[in-house]
Design a protein around this ligand. Structure first.
Ligand SMILES: [Zn+2]
Ligand SMILES: [Zn+2]
Length: 301
């Protein structure tokens, strides 16, 4: 099991530590809201730090620490919350009147994220299994919505409780023999991207070979936080369409550009899209036309 400690996410000390007897078991939570899946684990740690700050400064709820006992993410990390490896059995604060008999496990997952990947479910299971072993948590796995009126942890995680239970019991289920269904032909992706955000003559492209300056109308997302965020939205939209492999770390992700702009990294995916969906020869540059096509063209049969 991979751990991130409280030190890793620069936790403030708990204001109070209460013990608990979690006889019932563990309750699964999500962050909710939009997209919570992070590409970089460092962003997960920042998100956990934010959640603790939000809880400690909460205007009405008297939180004494981050509300959750453990947090898990798509990178397969179990992140210490109220519970730590040295101090597992601490009262949680996220499940109302169940806090006296359960422990709370948070998935860094939200409504804007698509199908929870197996690694997230497995890590949730590992976290629950660990709490059973080290914090005397009972066998139940329930969801926040089982106990109060909330959508938490979302329909997809809720539907996966059995799988999480199997992982918690150390019985990894066999991989699903059926591939996940593609989005229905004719469906347009949810609009994660919005309108083209730059002037009409700007575009995303790899930076030129070293020694040349990137013209200011060329964006690449490697160093620019806004461009990076936008490209994450493009990536999400492409993934929704069934393109599974898009470089996460920016437009350019690979060795110095070869002659064929479609030969590497993110631009390769863009090129494929241009060829297969837009019917052009494809240059791998992401400008307003390609942007709109990615955003608006229905999925082909
Ligand atoms: Zn919840
Ligand atoms: Zn992570």
């Amino acid at each position: 099991m991979k751990w991130s400690t409280r030190q890793d996410w620069a936790a403030r000390p708990a204001e109070r530590i209460m013990h608990v007897n979690p006889t019932r078991g563990c309750v699964i939570h999500w962050v909710g809201g939009g997209e919570q899946e992070n590409d970089e684990h460092e962003d997960c740690l920042m998100a956990v730090n934010d959640i603790q700050r939000y809880h400690l400064q909460h205007p009405t709820e008297p939180y004494v620490d981050i509300a959750y006992n453990l947090i898990v993410c798509v990178h397969g990390y179990v992140i210490e919350g109220r519970s730590t490896q040295k101090r597992p059995q601490v009262r949680g604060g996220a499940t109302g009147n169940m806090n006296g008999s359960t422990l709370a496990v948070l998935a860094l997952w939200g409504a804007g994220d698509r199908h929870p990947p197996d690694i997230l479910l497995r890590t949730l299971g590992e976290a629950v299994g660990w709490l059973r072993e080290h914090a005397s948590a009972g066998d139940q796995i329930t969801a926040h919505r089982d106990h109060m009126s909330t959508t938490c942890p979302g329909d997809q995680l809720y539907a996966s409780l059995n799988l999480i239970a199997a992982y918690a019991a150390g019985e990894p289920p066999k991989p699903d023999p059926k591939p996940k269904p593609d989005p229905k032909p004719g469906k347009v992706p949810p609009d994660w991207m919005g309108p083209w955000p730059y002037p009409a003559d700007h575009y995303f492209a790899p930076p030129p070979a070293s020694g040349y300056r990137t013209p200011s109308r060329v964006h690449n997302g490697k160093t620019d936080k806004q461009a990076y965020d936008l490209l994450q939205r493009v990536r999400r939209t492409l993934r929704w369409r069934g393109w599974s492999l898009v470089a996460a770390s920016g437009y350019y992700n690979g060795p110095p550009p070869p002659q064929d702009p479609c030969g590497y990294g993110f631009s390769e995916e863009i090129c494929k899209f241009q060829r297969e969906v837009m019917g052009t020869s494809g240059d791998g540059y992401l400008g307003p036309k390609t942007w709109d096509a990615i955003r608006r063209t229905p999925v082909k049969p």
